[in-house]
Design a protein around this ligand. Structure first.
Ligand SMILES: [Zn+2]
Length: 419
């Protein structure tokens, strides 16, 4: 047990003193020293007062009647130094505080202290938020969660999977569990994009001032309109000039296959992960391994069906394929990440110029197409040299025999955005 040593009390209103706390501290010290009688306590009391202080002057003048018992003495003390009543905050005040307790974008991905331990700012934010919700008496409800969630910076909201939470504990937990490193990445990405945007703004202003040539301004403006500080946009999305040109192989195919019109693929719909990290690559590799690609045999097809059933059971049939779900591969189709067309699972063309028209029964399921697009984007076509070339054989016996083309998966990832 620590020994109580009350601070010397002066009673002159200095900020470092709280009369009520001094009295408590004095009482604890007396208890520790087994000094119990009023007379003994009053004897000791004077020793804790500043020499010639207002408190000492007052103490020396305390009338005998007030010195009769410790209780009467306390009444006199409190009459001279009334305890400051800390007003209890109302529910509304806590709610207001809750809304004002915001997490600033600039602070994200930084460290701070919580109960003397280092932690991420978002973790500290979540802890205080939960405390405030508890004080406001709404912790067990969903009350105000969405308002508070909406004050979070986009880079945090983007990483939160759910829009709704059962209660504040749930919500605080979801925020706490966000990986600090991911937030740092997001933050850096945001800053980079903001810088680019500013540079572009400066350029635009300069051009407007000097050369009012409409073409230059138009070019910049259109570039401008495609730029966004919204960090959900993948830096790899080919909306901003990728400089990519399609190989002429497809043109030849088209001319020999007039039955089919070339249409942009709708198949490779992906919700693309923002940044390709080593962690993401490892996860994608693990998922590829988790879905063995079966041969086109009765057993293989049965195994594939079982994979699909299991996937639907786990994720729900209408769930969009993401870099976290993976997806089974149709037996007999091209090896994943081998430069295959994501729409039909064969080689020789890419999904934007797939010879099978959208809706053709021979096309792969959209979800599989999306998964193939995601894996190729993240890992590249690492299987292209080891994969068996798979050609699409048309019903009339025509076999597409064109050479493999250079597949640029990023180009395929862009699609209509529906599932
Ligand atoms: Zn195809």
């Amino acid at each position: 047990m620590t020994t109580e040593t009350p601070q010397i009390f002066h009673g002159d209103g200095r900020a470092s003193e709280n009369p009520a706390d001094f009295l408590k501290s004095f009482n604890r010290a007396m208890r520790q020293q087994s000094i119990t009688t009023a007379a003994d306590k009053l004897d000791a009391f004077g020793d804790y007062l500043g020499t010639s202080s207002q408190a000492e002057v007052w103490f020396q003048a305390v009338p005998t009647i007030s010195r009769a018992t410790w209780a009467t003495f306390v009444i006199a003390f409190e009459a001279r130094w009334p305890p400051v009543k800390i007003a209890e905050k109302t529910k509304a005040e806590y709610e207001k505080e809750l809304l004002e307790h915001t997490l600033q974008r600039a602070d994200i991905g930084k460290k701070t202290k919580l109960y003397d331990r280092e932690c991420w700012t978002h973790v500290a934010w979540a802890a205080k938020t939960l405390q405030l919700a508890t004080s406001a008496g709404i912790a067990q409800s969903t009350s105000m969660i969405w308002q508070v969630r909406s004050t979070l910076p986009d880079i945090v909201k983007d990483l939160l999977k759910d829009e709704e939470y059962a209660n504040w504990t749930d919500f605080a937990k979801a925020v706490t569990e966000l990986k600090g490193n991911r937030l740092v990445e997001k933050q850096e990405q945001y800053n980079r994009q903001a810088q680019e945007l500013n540079a572009l703004k400066t350029d635009l202003a300069r051009i407007r001032q000097r050369t009012p040539a409409p073409s230059a301004v138009d070019t910049l403006q259109s570039q401008f309109s495609r730029m966004s500080v919204n960090t959900t946009t993948s830096p790899g999305t080919p909306q901003v000039n990728s400089g990519y040109t399609r190989t002429p192989t497809n043109q030849n195919q088209q001319s020999t296959q007039p039955t089919y019109s070339r249409q942009p693929s709708n198949a490779a719909v992906t919700q693309q992960p923002t940044v390709v990290t080593e962690e993401l690559k490892a996860n994608i590799r693990r998922l590829i391994a988790a879905f063995p690609h079966h041969p086109d045999t009765a057993t293989g097809n049965a195994a594939h069906l079982a994979q699909i059933t299991h996937w639907n059971g786990k994720w729900g049939e209408n769930t969009r394929v993401t870099h976290e779900t993976g997806y089974p591969l149709k037996p007999g189709t091209a090896t994943i990440c081998s430069g295959e067309c994501f729409a039909c699972g064969t080689h020789g063309h890419n999904s934007r110029s797939c010879i099978l028209p959208p809706g053709d029964a021979a096309r792969l399921e959209r979800k599989e197409a999306a998964w193939r697009a995601i894996t190729s984007r993240v890992l590249g076509t690492f299987n292209r040299f080891s994969a068996t070339p798979i050609s699409l054989v048309m019903n009339d016996g025509y076999e597409i025999t064109s050479a493999w083309i250079e597949e640029v998966p990023e180009q395929q990832g862009k699609a209509d955005g529906s599932t």
